[in-house]
Design a protein around this ligand. Structure first.
Ligand code: PEP
Ligand code: MG
Length: 326
């Protein structure tokens, strides 16, 4: 199987009926980087910057951060890399950052909330990214955006760092794209405003599912209870890509759903064309889509989703479809 996926590495990711799909990989450490070309991904769709912080004994200085970001961009060569600003707090603990115990850490002082309250941390990271990306493209997204004002504030901070760079005569990135992660359901009802402000959106289905279902993503007692293929969740995901297409704003899915064969199939069926996943999933997902008559799937899936009540119906449909066209 591994051998088979290696053969697919240089094959473009195009469905059987000729629809191109962008497959990216998720990464977080320098050791992940050699996987990119090995897996045949088009770039990095999610670089989890907090990992450098989680393995460090003290806060990484600006130059240390910059060094890592530069290595990431170097190894990606001309391929796009989407960095995510620090997503700490909650279950992602930093040994050197004192935080009070919280009753609901997943819903607590974390990610962009912490970043906006401690702008020094966030601005240091932004500065490191700006230096590392001098003369090339910089794509940065902010985790756990819950309300549009948080995206605006993060963007303001970022623009101040850009101004700082200019004032001091440093070279700027050639292009800058700022995006929001969509992983809190409130944004579903602020999509227009968000898409008017963000250059791109990336959906963290792990957290979006957790918060939509009010279901702790790490609780093993609950892990089988609410499928990610449940019609309510898929309809929510469909409403996001529909709006993204209408507004012309690229929307990626970077949660684990995108890396599972049936999950990726469902996402393609509702309109997604950009998926980011663990390196080991790129081969299997590519193998799946090369055999997929997507237009046919889209038509049949729209009907199935419209009348489905249970996740099982969706799973059954996808299985049957895959067998029919195998
Ligand atoms: C997600 O929430 O789906 C996601 C991609 O981010 P993380 O798993 O790092 O929270
Ligand atoms: Mg998340």
């Amino acid at each position: 199987r591994q051998e088979q996926y290696r053969k697919l590495r240089d094959k473009p990711a195009v469905t059987k009926d000729g629809v191109p799909v962008d497959l990216y990989m998720n990464a977080g450490l320098l050791v992940d980087l050699p996987n990119m070309t090995g897996a045949g991904a088009k770039g990095i769709g999610l670089f989890r910057t907090e990992l450098q912080f989680m393995v460090a004994a003290s806060f990484p200085r600006m130059r240390e951060q910059e060094k890592v970001y530069r290595q990431v961009l170097d190894s990606a060569a001309e391929m796009p890399v989407t960095f995510r600003s620090l997503d700490v707090g909650g279950d992602k603990v930093l040994a050197f950052l004192r935080m009070a115990a919280e009753e609901n850490p997943a819903m607590g002082w974390r990610a962009i909330r912490l970043g906006l309250d401690r702008p020094g941390l966030l601005r240091t990271q932004m500065r490191a990214l700006l230096h590392a990306a001098a003369g090339r493209s910089l794509r940065l997204m902010f985790p756990m955006i819950t309300d549009v004002f948080e995206f605006e504030e993060a963007k303001d901070l970022f623009m101040r760092e850009v101004a700082h760079l200019e004032r001091h005569g440093y070279e700027k990135p050639k292009k800058i794209h700022l995006g929001a992660m969509l992983e809190v359901p409130s944004l579903l009802f602020q999509l227009d405003a968000l898409l008017d402000r963000a250059d791109f959106i990336s959906i963290g289905t792990n957290d979006l599912h957790q918060f939509m279902m009010a279901c702790d993503r790490g609780n093993t007692r609950l892990s089988g209870r609410y499928s990610s293929l449940t019609p309510s969740f898929l309809r929510a995901l469909k409403s996001i890509i529909d709006k993204g297409l209408e507004k012309g704003v690229p929307v990626t899915v970077c949660g684990e759903l995108a890396g599972r064969a049936t999950g990726a199939m469902a996402l393609l069926a509702i309109g997604y064309r950009r998926l980011s996943m663990a390196p080991s999933s790129v081969g299997p997902v590519k193998a799946m889509l090369l055999e997929l008559p997507l237009e046919q799937l889209e038509a049949e899936f729209a009907e199935a989703l419209a009348k489905a009540v249970h996740a099982d119906e969706i799973k059954q449909f996808l299985q049957d479809f895959a067998e029919r066209y195998d």
